[in-house]
Design a binder for this molecule. Structure first.
Ligand code: PMT
Length: 400
């Protein structure tokens, strides 16, 4: 079966030794039915001849920004408009740095700047270059802008050392592309409410009780759901992150305020994903004035906050409910209890004491526990990858 019939894919090839592998990528995409065009940097032509790509794709290959003046047709704009998807493989450190900074000094970088199509970058380079903070920062910037970055593979590199930096195998790159088109806009028509960040419970006008949630997990879920075509409402507590674009963003402070905003949207949504760290208690009597430092000891009386997710569970009609469990011990046992008590469809359990998991970091280690008892354990991965795993479970439930 040809999965990519009717799809226009633009491949950008930059100057790395792995450029030769991209010939096979182009060939596989062509066999899957895609219409493939290739733009090469000059450096890339040192590794593979444009003619090779031309023969494989049966399309002209583009290298020069200013070619034949008589046939000038603003190539970077027409190539950018052609693409349903842009793949950059191999993506060198130099290319990533230019793309992250909006530099447009050749045909490929200019085309990338003009292209609004989704983009997948496959970095490939020497391990030290990949791990260099400059490259890592550039990758982070690009990822935050919605570009899918394929993990470089490990193995022997052209420079003779062994490590991370190899271009993923052509088969793997093509699988990612097929997956992209299969899941593209799969959530369109669905309305999803995501909560993120910690709530902030006031003590007096200047002080509060809070927690370590940065909102990163919830923001990644909201962005992924948006990329998959959903209408997204993101209700965020105490976060310092910039609101993602093209979704309804509601900022709240306390658990009670979050409850009010969540309940106001609940009837109209198809799913709720509660990744917010809602405070279980709040101060009973909030002081209207700043509390003075007079006594040796200060006692604050705390009262229980509403359990938002439990309430959603009891009011549930057709909504899919997904909760999180932040635990420090007995992860699966405690998470299962929350799954039942809150009437959830599944729960994402994270042991927040594990390195690289939980609060504040860009990564997480989690397990998804479903109603039927099935458990899926995920290794350390970026919060954006975990967001995709969570949404693919949600998509399965929508499909049932
Ligand atoms: O924001 P980050 O820095 O990226 O960190 C991510 C995270 C660690 C906050 C996230 O992965 C996570 O675990 N979120 C849930 C935190 C939490 O409050 O867990 P809990 O086990 O206390 O609560 C269970 C569930 O009930 C959660 O879905 C929570 O949103 C919800 N809840 C809890 C208490 C309450 N009063 N009302 C609720 O709705």
């Amino acid at each position: 079966m040809k999965n990519l019939e009717g799809k226009n894919i633009l491949i950008g090839v930059t100057g790395g030794i792995a450029a030769y592998k991209v010939v096979e990528v182009a060939s596989r995409l062509k066999k899957l039915g895609a219409n493939v065009k290739v733009v090469m940097t000059r450096a890339a032509t040192e590794f593979v001849s444009p003619r090779t790509f031309q023969e494989i794709t049966k399309n002209a290959v583009y290298v020069e920004m200013f070619g034949d003046a008589a046939n000038f047709n603003v190539a970077h704009i027409s190539l950018a408009n052609f693409a349903d998807l842009v793949l950059i493989a191999p993506a060198t450190a130099n290319f990533l740095a230019k793309a992250a900074n909006g530099i447009a000094d050749d045909l490929l970088t200019t085309t990338i700047l003009a292209a609004t199509a989704p983009k997948i970058f496959a970095p490939s380079m020497n391990t030290n270059m990949l791990e260099n903070p400059a490259t890592q920062e550039n990758l982070k910037i690009l990822q935050e802008r919605g570009i899918k970055i394929l993990d470089a593979a490990e193995g022997e590199l052209a420079c003779g050392i062994s490590g991370k930096g190899r271009l993923p195998e052509p088969e793997k790159i093509c699988e990612e592309i097929v997956k992209f088109f299969e899941t593209e806009k799969i959530l369109s028509g669905k309305k999803i409410l995501v909560t993120a960040g910690g709530t902030l419970e006031p003590i007096d006008p200047v002080r509060y009780i809070g927690n370590r949630s940065s909102g990163k997990m919830g923001f990644e879920i909201a962005k992924s759901a948006k990329n998959l075509g959903a209408e997204v409402i993101l209700i965020a507590g105490n976060v310092q992150l910039a609101p993602p674009k093209n979704l309804k963003f509601v900022k709240v402070e306390s658990a009670e305020e979050m409850r009010e905003k969540v309940l106001a949207e609940y009837d109209s949504v198809d799913a709720v994903i509660m990744s917010a760290a809602v405070a279980d208690y709040r101060v009973k009597n909030i002081s209207p004035q700043k509390i003075k430092k007079s006594e040796e000891n200060l006692t604050l009386e705390l009262v229980k906050n509403p359990d938002i997710l439990k309430e959603l569970g009891s009011l549930k009609k057709n909504q899919i409910l997904i909760g999180f469990a932040a635990e420090t011990e007995n992860l699966l046992e405690y998470a299962r209890k929350k799954l039942d008590e809150k009437n959830l469809d599944f729960i994402v359990a994270n042991n927040v004491t594990v390195e690289g998991a939980g609060f504040g970091v860009d990564t997480n280690v989690a397990s998804i526990i479903k109603r039927n008892g099935e458990v899926k354990n995920f290794p350390l991965m970026s919060k954006s990858d975990l967001a995709e795993k969570i949404l693919s479970e949600l998509i399965k439930i929508f499909g049932e």
